[in-house]
Design a protein around this ligand. Sequence first.
Ligand SMILES: *Cc1c(COP(=O)(O)O)cnc(C)c1O
Length: 374
Amino acid sequence: MTVPFVDLKRQFRTIEPEIRPAIEGVLESCAFIMGPEMRAFEQEFARYCDVRHCVGVASGTAAIELALRALDIGPGDEVIIPANTYVASALAVTATGASVVLVDVDPVSANIDADVLERAFTPRTKAIMPVHLYGRPADMESILAVARRHGCFVVEDAAQAHGARYRDRLAGGLADIACFSFYPGKNLGAYGDGGAVTTNDPALYDRLILLRDFGQRRKYEHLIKGTNSRLDTLQAAVLSVKLRHLDRWNARRREAAQLYNELLRELPDVAVPDISKECESVFHLYVIEVPDRSNVIEALEGAGVQYGIHYPIPIHRQPAYTELASGSFPVTERRAERILSLPMFGEITDDEIRYTSSVIARAVDRKPAPVGAR
Ligand SMILES: *Cc1c(COP(=O)(O)O)cnc(C)c1O
């Protein structure tokens, strides 16, 4: 048996009869840029997230950069983000000219630790950008309270959290503005790059509409220095089809996480993710912690099970961010050494989960007992 980390082909086969006509429709109309399918998807996704506005853009990274620019964030400003995130969160901040300020994360949720947030503020702090990492919403109530005290914006990096809920409210509508990625491997993924920004604020929406399309409202009349960052019509057509299946896929991911947790919870030296009702994860990734990771990896590789590490090198340890290298983020650093992402996707079978779990059980069992243990 081999178990893929993600299997996009398996998903495609189940929706192929819907996808092909959707793509053909765009081919027939040739409205490749800002065609009616793009507008339709924007409306559908806004409705899905229960927000007023959605603006389709070129990628998740572009979504963050444009959301920050819509808030007028740029050179001289600081944006607080978790140290434990994908590098794109930081790169998009940097792209606006603003500076990245990292904060450590909570060991249980792996998201921004609201208790250390306070210390990261300076007079230049313009926004906090919590990341709903692995599909689990950040502790928004505490984060919003701190932000309100300091009078700064809150931007959601919801690139991994399509459909996730925080106390019955959906990611995308939990703060001032939110950013999504439709990279193919995300819970809602296009067949290429894509992204979106959601907001309830009509003024921000209006600025985003300009920013993503050369700053123009009417052709050749450029009101602000915008850029070229639009969601392809072809991708929008694919996304409209896939949005209809998202809740089902997310439900299966949650079921898969439950089963993994049941099978792995009791193993020595394996920490499974906390499953919270208040912060309902959509399990973009299923991430465990193991102290002896190389041993487990060796076993998975030997058994044909694919895995990932999200993420092996924290941002402040990246050559691209030497200016952050003096920072110390112990929870993030410890996680980077121990985390392991197991196969997780909407079509994963119980057999694949059981097989993967049994490989891990054998690996941690084989490990010699630590010196001094009874
Ligand atoms: C995927 C991702 C992004 C970037 O999205 P792209 O579409 O790949 O540009 C940003 N932040 C997080 C947390 C992500 O997982």
